[in-house]
Design a protein around this ligand. Structure first.
Ligand SMILES: [Zn+2]
Length: 95
């Protein structure tokens, strides 16, 4: 599990993203036990504190949100969270 992004750069990107849309972080860094309990996998980016799930005040168009995320170095994944998305570094690799 790895990224070239520094933790503080990820945090600043999340802050900028959540200011743009606006959105609240509803899940962030997780323990392995909690990660697996909520359907993740060992070594997923939440466990490394390189992922957040956000809940929007108003859900934006996905293509627009995805494009804006890329300008910040974020990959925006719409995974079916209620009114929200998952954000992680665009270069995140599971290994
Ligand atoms: Zn997530």
């Amino acid at each position: 599990m790895s990224t070239f992004m520094a933790p503080e750069v990820f945090d600043d990107a999340v802050r900028a993203y959540c200011t743009r849309y606006p959105a609240s972080v509803i899940s962030g860094g997780r323990t392995r036990k909690h990660t697996i309990a909520v359907g993740g996998f060992a070594g997923d980016p939440h466990e490394a504190w390189f992922a957040v799930d956000v809940q929007y005040d108003e859900v934006p168009d996905y293509d627009e949100a995805h494009a804006f995320g890329l300008t910040l170095g974020l990959k925006v994944l719409r995974e079916g969270h209620a009114n929200g998305d998952h954000l992680q570094p665009v270069d995140w690799l599971n290994d």
